[in-house]
Design a protein around this ligand. Sequence first.
Ligand code: NDP
Length: 246
Amino acid sequence: MTIHDKIIAITGASSGIGEATARHLASRGAAVVLGARRTDRLEQLVEEITAAGGRAAAVRVDVTDPDDLHSLVDRAVEGFGRLDVLVGNAGVSRISPMTDVDVEGWSAMVDVNVKGVLNGIAAALPVFRAQGSGHLVTVVSTSGLKIVPTQAVYAGTKNAVRTIVEGLRQESTDGVLRTTSISPGYVRTEFIDSALDDPRLREQVKQTMAELGIDPTAVARAIAFAIDQPDDVEIGDLTIRPTRQG
Ligand code: NDP
């Protein structure tokens, strides 16, 4: 089975990379089940996908709530018969030097970026194992590959996910589960609008994003590439960044 007819749940599907991924996968024949907190945006997206002949459903999901991830997975199974792929994409960033001691921001990143992915694994893994197949795609970041000042905790959360997924992969060599970690560099999305507490840092990153950032469809195509492989082929890690990114 390639992308066509796969049932794919995506967290953080209300904007940016998640939204672009939903549109791209639906256009390739997948049924997409969209999760995020902004349900107005999700419903609009479902309308557009179905108007174009695709299949989509939306569920309000706050990834910090384990029950919401179960609702997302249940919606896929009850509405479309199974869950082939979970794309753990929802994420937040609070960029500031450690000396700011932004304890609230650190907690938010750990809760969404790390526990949010674990909540997805907890909901999807039993379904994948019962079906005998499944694919977990996580969206991490080049921030975890090149550690820069002001992004220590953000990078740490992304590398925690990278490590957890590799551990899961090592435990899953019976052929049931495929895992893929996608590391985007600068991508033009709303991410930075909600990212920075310090207006000066916000402007710096926004400027870099405007100069360098690639379109989120580039990441969507990379996710599709990983999903589109035959069952015995696992794309483990993919980095997608602007050609001029340092
Ligand atoms: P956006 O801000 O456009 O998208 C973030 C998504 O995450 C939104 O759909 C938002 O939905 C969702 N989200 C945030 N918090 C929660 C929550 N508690 N529960 C459920 N959903 C949540 O940014 P991007 O598309 O850029 O970000 C997507 C992923 O890509 C993130 O994991 C980010 O870390 C990663 N990334 C982004 C890069 C970039 O340059 N843009 C670079 C590298 C990685 P809602 O608010 O409706 O809940």
